[in-house]
Design a protein around this ligand. Structure first.
Ligand code: 5AD
Ligand code: SF4
Length: 437
């Protein structure tokens, strides 16, 4: 979602006459788009700001902005703590960027230093602004994100999202379809629907659910692949599961965070489902689509997590077998219920558990990649690889695939889906050759 927000900021800024540059030294304006989900991410903001200090000292006209959830959470406080920051704005307000910049410029013309804090806007207005601003992708990428849902009402006890992103709001079907049509007209062939709780999406007027939206998007000419992220196990319905069996454009990959495999921990996290319910969901999905690849998020060292709880997580991982996963040490976040718990787990225990879990998840990912050796997969070609004479794309299972092709064919291949014979399987990617020579 932050990548999407950054893209939309870049689009709004290009309308205001700005162009992206490669390094901060070459910029008139630097915006840090920030994440508040774990302490490490939030701390990074201040160290990044420290690195920008010499640039601002050398060029007093440089505008420095902080966007996203750290900005939302800290607001005014950030203005006091970081004197070099000119604007602090939350994730619901970035469509106002051109106006904010005019305000800063007007202040400068009058010889004042204006500093702005914008953190007060409801998601509904953000959607209105999203709908009003046409998509103007600044790259030729054949894949794009589309926000369909914002915010979260789940209140998992470890998580800041319900506080920084606000309540769940769904965007209207027609607006989403319009945006997807505009993207398709610009050559986009893969759309990933985004939402903190994407499968809670529902059209307020018609009651349409995500399976119906995916069906509508599948009808758009030029759209070949559909994905959605991130889902909550509680909001999964039978129709969405079934869609994985009959919507041909829906890719066989599902990110379904479980966080823990232990029932007492799931309860303490307020996840509102059990281990058995999660495993049943996984079985139902695989029943609808046998080759479905699963990915998940895990937290180790949640307050009160015992060795037995952690073993239950390892056991669930063995039972599901993931194609990919993200795992984290529990990080106490200000204002969340779990942060106030007394039975916090020692950092070294968290580190040991994380290492064990990640070793297992990496093994599973490598095994999943190895299974694809000598098979032929349809690959959506996206861009030149870092290595010469290679292009990179994605398999249906979201694996990056590096394919050897002569450089003169690069342009013609961007945005095409072609069969690739997989000849190499690596920790995080595959390599292969065009199957039809
Ligand atoms: N500590 C560690 N990980 C967290 N996540 C969310 N909040 C925390 C926290 N306080 C993880 C969850 C979530 C992912 C986006 O970030 O696993 O699914
Ligand atoms: Fe956070 Fe839970 Fe909402 Fe996900 S469902 S954003 S983990 S509160």
């Amino acid at each position: 979602m932050n990548v999407y927000d950054s893209e939309r900021m870049a689009e709004a800024l290009s309308v205001a006459g700005y162009q992206p540059v490669d390094v901060p030294e070459a910029a008139d304006m630097v915006i840090l788009n920030t994440c508040h989900i774990r302490e490490k991410a939030a701390e990074k903001v201040y160290s990044e700001l420290g690195r920008l200090k010499p640039l601002k000292q050398a060029n007093a006209d440089m505008i420095i902005g902080v966007a996203g959830c750290v900005a939302q959470a800290e607001g005014e406080e950030m203005i006091h703590r970081a004197p070099l920051v000119d604007m602090v704005f939350g994730p619901q307000t970035y469509q106002q960027l051109p106006d904010m910049i005019s305000d800063l410029d007007a202040g400068r013309r009058d010889g004042d230093r204006v500093r702005l804090v914008r953190t007060e806007f409801p998601a509904e207005e953000k959607f209105a602004a999203l709908n009003a601003a046409p998509r103007r992708p600044i790259t030729r990428a054949p894949t794009a994100f589309v926000t369909v849902q914002e915010g979260c009402d789940k209140f998992c006890t470890f998580c800041v999202v319900p506080y920084t992103r606000g309540a769940e709001v769904s965007r209207a079907t027609a607006d989403i379809v319009d945006e997807a049509n505009a993207l398709a007209a610009q050559g986009v062939c893969e759309i990933t629907l985004l939402g903190q709780n994407v499968n809670a999406w529902q059209d307020r007027e018609t009651g349409l659910r995500l399976d119906g939206l995916l069906e509508a998007l599948a009808q758009i000419e030029g759209i070949e692949r559909l994905r959605f992220t991130t889902s909550h196990p509680r909001d999964m319905d039978a129709a969405l599961i079934a869609a994985h069996g009959h919507n041909d454009k829906l890719m066989p990959y599902l990110h379904l965070p479980v966080q823990s495999g232990s029932d007492p921990i799931l309860k303490a996290m307020n996840r509102r489902h059990t281990r058995a319910q999660y495993l049943d969901l996984v079985a139902a999905f695989r029943n609808a689509r046998a080759d479905l690849a699963l990915s998940s998020d895990f937290i180790v060292g949640f307050p009160g997590e015992t060795d037995a709880d952690f073993d239950a997580t390892m056991d669930l991982v063995a039972a599901v077998s993931y194609a990919q996963a993200f795992s984290f040490k529990y990080s106490p976040r200000p204002g969340t219920p779990a942060a106030a718990e007394e039975n916090q787990v020692d950092e070294d225990i968290k580190a040991r558990r994380l290492a064990r879990l990640q070793a297992r998840l990496n093994e599973q990912q490598e095994a999943f990649n190895r299974e694809k050796l000598e098979t032929v997969l349809p690959v959506l070609f996206e861009k030149p690889s870092r290595q010469a004479d290679q292009m990179s794309g994605r398999s249906p299972y979201l694996q990056p695939v590096h394919v050897r092709v002569a450089e003169q064919h690069f342009d013609a291949l961007v945005g095409r889906i072609l069969p690739v014979r997989i000849t190499g399987a690596h920790a995080n990617s595959l390599s292969g050759e065009l199957a039809d020579g």
